[in-house]
Write a new protein. Sequence first.
Length: 464
Amino acid sequence: MRKWLVVWVVLAPSGALASGDTKGQSELERAYREELAQLESERQAMKRELEGLREQTTAMKAQKQAEIERLGNTLMAIRVQADDLEAELEGVDRREELQSSHQQLLESTLDQAVETLGRHGMSVSDKEAAPDVLLGEVFRRGAALVQQWSSTRAEEGTYFTTDGREQSGTVLRIGRIAALAAGPGEGGTLAPAGGGNLKVVDPGGLALAKEAVENGKVSGILPVFLFDPLVRSKTAGAKQDILQHLESGGIIVWPIVALGLLAFLITLERIYTLRRVHRSVDRLTGRVFDAIKNGDWDGAVEHCRRRPGAVSRVLLTALKNRRLERTVFEDAVNEAIIAELPRLERFLSALRVVAAVAPLLGLLGTVTGMISTFDVITVHGTGDPKLLSGGISEALVTTEVGLIVAIPVLLIHAVLSSAVDHITGDMERNALGISRAIYGNHRATGEGTSDMTAAKRNVAFQEG
């Protein structure tokens, strides 16, 4: 096409085409055909190249698809392997936990076995040895103890005779389920007497028991009394005293006990003080009333000054302010009674605090005891209940002691508060009685108060 355009541009000016020269036209057609053939050749080449690129792309796509499938299969295999490894790891963790639990159970069982052997006189040489070494020694000691318990042996011991006397002598023990006393003195078949002791219940077995001890055999049938192991009955019958019971509650018990002692001392002091005040109310008021009836005002004041106390101070205030108007007089007496209330109610707030704090300390002891129990469970597991008894005892004893202190203190506080109210009421009632006596005398003698000036009333009040 480009060549045809060039030929057309070259030939156009010459006017050859315009004149219809056939030679030029044939050359132009020939050039056009050549150009078309070349373009067709280029088109075919490009088509072949495109087909090659398509085949190359298809092959590359198939290669990449195969590679993707291979990587997918590899990833799937890795995931399966990872799942297998994770399952194996979980199995290892479970085996490790099971082994740890078995180890804790073994240690707890060994501790219990060592303690049981110690109670029966079988000591273990090295309690801190490796578990396998300690286990072998515990088995050997246990086997020796079982052999001892299953044998018939003669040993020195004490027992009670039929008349209740304690006697020492040879005791023939048949395992742990029967025993006979071989003397000297009274003997025979023995039975439990409580607290791990033995007593003679059948003296007829004495001769056979002596024969068995001396000759190692008997010619007849031994009369025996079968019983449970004495160690068990002795342990079951043992009881703690008060101090041991408190010590089992841990360190928090002692602040509760200290609060209880403080409340006890306050109670003694308040009972003594309030009883003394209560006795002086009626006694002193009666003497003051007698002096007022006789017109002896100075004598009434002297009675109050001679017996200092809450009641005397209130009555003395009433007597000193007897010349005031009645309303002012009553206000002065009420102020005197109110001034005495702190002395009467002294330490009652402390009792109320003790009653509130003691059960809270008991609750704190309960919490610490349960924490100790769970710590023991974490270390030793739950195989040995005796290892858990310390924390449980601390939890329960502290709560018990806290309530034992709080309940009586709360009741004592209520009783003492009622006593203070009763004394205050008596003081008010007697002060009103004196008021009636004073103003009755005023009306009878014409000694009124209406002619007193305000200045005189103030001076009299200040002097009171």
